[in-house]
Design a protein around this ligand. Structure first.
Ligand code: 13P
Length: 254
């Protein structure tokens, strides 16, 4: 059985004080042995990563970044490398989030480089895919998702997915309060496995696939009950310690 994974994507939120309070709330509740069999990952903004790492030491919770440079090192002012993240103790990195594709113009080629570099330095990428509202309405969701996955396989080889997690995040559900129904999400998750199956059957059944897009304490249980949904990538609701803990409870109770 695949282990459940719940990741908090805090995006560009939180002052130092708010981060302290949030971590305090999470650490006390999530250090419980009940959560031992699932993975819980907190992805703060870069500037807060180190303090979160220190505060979560010994808690069993992992820390991830929200992005990474596509370059290994060198004269790339303002960028942060996979090696630097691994060096300070990060274990995960979100790659190809739709907000980065949209606002930072990241394309599949850059995203593929980020995946390779991250895996090389031992990070587990959380690779995001998803369709826009108009793509769903046009009935091309599967085509869009398949292109996002195949472009990575062609650039990196399918083995990159042996060390990665995928997050299906329908863009129309992110931060909108509109959640994919469990059936809609399950259908795309099964399709993602089907895409990978063409390259590697075993990998397609083992890979962790998360759902993201307005996950909250109310809808988490029904989403996580789906056969191919292995957890969630949670945005807004992860900024509230109590609600995030409830989402983690929903995952362990599956
Ligand atoms: P929301 O949970 O706020 O919809 O954000 C989802 C997301 O983008 C997580 O990466």
């Amino acid at each position: 059985m695949r282990q459940k994974l719940i990741a908090a994507n805090w995006k560009m939120n939180g002052s130092a004080l708010q981060v302290d309070a949030l971590i305090e709330g999470l650490r006390s509740k999530l250090s419980n042995p009940r959560f031992q069999n699932s993975k819980i990952v907190i992805c703060p903004s870069y500037i807060h990563i180190e303090s979160v790492l220190v505060k979560l030491q010994g808690s069993g919770l992992q820390v991830g970044a929200q992005d990474v440079s596509s370059y290994a090192n060198g004269a790339y002012t303002g960028q942060i490398s996979a090696q630097m993240l691994a060096d300070i103790g990060c274990k995960y990195v979100i790659i190809g989030h739709s907000e980065r594709r949209q606002y930072c113009f990241e394309d599949n080629a850059v995203i593929s480089k980020k995946l390779i570099t991250s895996v090389y330095f031992g990070l587990t990428p959380i690779f995001c895919v998803g369709e826009t509202k108009s793509e769903r309405e046009q009935g091309v969701t599967e085509e869009v998702i398949s292109k996002q996955i195949v472009s990575v396989v062609e650039a990196c080889g399918v083995d990159v997915f042996a060390k990665a997690t995928i997050a299906y995040e329908p863009i129309w559900a992110i931060g909108t309060g509109l959640t994919a129904t469990p059936e809609q999400a399950q259908a795309v998750h099964a399709f993602i496995r089907h895409c990978l199956q063409a390259y590697d059957r075993e990998l397609s059944s083992k890979i962790t696939i998360l759902y993201g897009g307005s996950v909250n304490a109310k809808n988490a249980s029904s989403l996580f009950a789906q056969q191919d949904i292995d957890g969630g990538l949670v945005g807004g609701a992860s900024l509230n310690a109590e609600e995030f803990v409830q989402i983690c409870e929903a995952a362990v109770n599956r």
